[in-house]
Design a protein around this ligand. Structure first.
Ligand code: SER
Length: 296
């Protein structure tokens, strides 16, 4: 595919078309049209779950369904979940205020399959929403898949890789493999878990090379803080297949399920062409009012 250097003119984004309210509704409508029940966010204090202090992901309210100990009157659901990540396994506290896209409290857009559709629909729908409904340029998107883990005795997720390449039509050099840390999602020390595939967006910058994402030094999932603002994770699709037991072993779940989560504030900043979540219309009216009241 054509590799063109990034300039200001290739930056995506519109604040008029992509208001927060519209983007949230687009997401829910997209999955409602594909047979998903739209459910309310659960409270940020989880009910009856001693493994969690606060709700850390949209899937928390469905933990029993994944484990096979509970049921719902639907097999597909979508919602926007209020999350707090200040404790436990998923704790973003150290990042907040340091970068422009971590929050202690945030909204997670999610869709779920409970033993219904699996990798192919999850992946192709995510791609359709991002590139067709919202029109994100494919040469700004990168995807990662699980590369396997010896300790857990798990192979690389070649199915997800194949679906990205053959069904979604991602450019081949843009599918990257990562290990357990980045691409195996677990709710907590114990509980439902599985290999995941993530979609990252390249915010670019003047003169940057669009293929930089593949470079482990400064690309997708880099550890270098100087480059963290450029490649931003937008959406995680987890293929729930296991339960992590108290002794660390993995047990097979009764069914194969899907658990996805997209950072609402992040997709908004990308769609609005802002470099920071705080410059989106989720935050700017609040700042404007504070300025009005404080005179500063
Ligand atoms: N549970 C996964 C996450 O939080 C996907 O929603 O990333």
């Amino acid at each position: 595919h054509p590799v063109r250097p990034m300039t200001a003119s290739t930056t995506h984004g519109s604040t008029q078309r992509f208001t927060a309210a519209r983007v949230r509704q687009d997401f829910l409508d997209f999955f409602a049209q594909r047979g998903h029940a739209i459910v309310p966010s659960s409270p940020v204090f989880p009910k009856d779950d001693p493994t969690l202090l606060f709700t850390n992901a949209g899937m928390n309210q469905f933990k029993d369904v994944f484990l096979g100990t509970g049921t719902r009157p639907y097999k597909r659901a979508a919602d926007t979940q209020k999350c707090i990540r200040v404790s436990g396994k998923h704790n973003d506290l150290e990042e907040v205020g340091v970068d422009t896209y971590h929050h202690t409290f945030f909204e997670m857009l999610g869709n779920w399959s409970f033993g219904d559709y699996f990798k192919e629909d999850a992946i192709t729908w995510a791609w359709t929403l991002l590139t067709e409904v919202w029109g994100l340029p494919k040469d700004r998107l990168w995807v990662t898949v699980f590369g396997g883990d010896e300790n857990d005795g798990l192979p690389a997720d070649v199915d997800a890789e194949r679906i990205w390449l053959q069904k979604a039509g991602v450019y081949p050099k843009r599918v990257l493999r990562f290990g357990r840390k980045a691409n195996f999602w677990e709710m907590g020390e114990t509980g439902p878990c599985g290999p995941c595939t993530e979609i990252h967006f390249d915010r670019g910058g003047p003169g940057t090379n669009p293929m930089d994402g593949a470079d482990p030094k400064h690309g997708v999932n880099t550890d270098d803080p100087r480059f963290k603002e450029r490649f931003i994770e937008l959406w995680n699709n987890v293929f729930m297949e296991f339960n992590r037991l108290d002794d660390g072993r993995l047990a097979k779940l009764p069914a194969q399920s899907v658990d996805t989560g997209m950072g609402f504030e992040r997709i908004l900043s990308v769609l609005q062409g802002k470099r920071s979540n705080y410059d989106t219309d989720l935050f700017t009216p609040i700042f404007a009012r504070i300025e009005e009241l404080s005179g500063r």
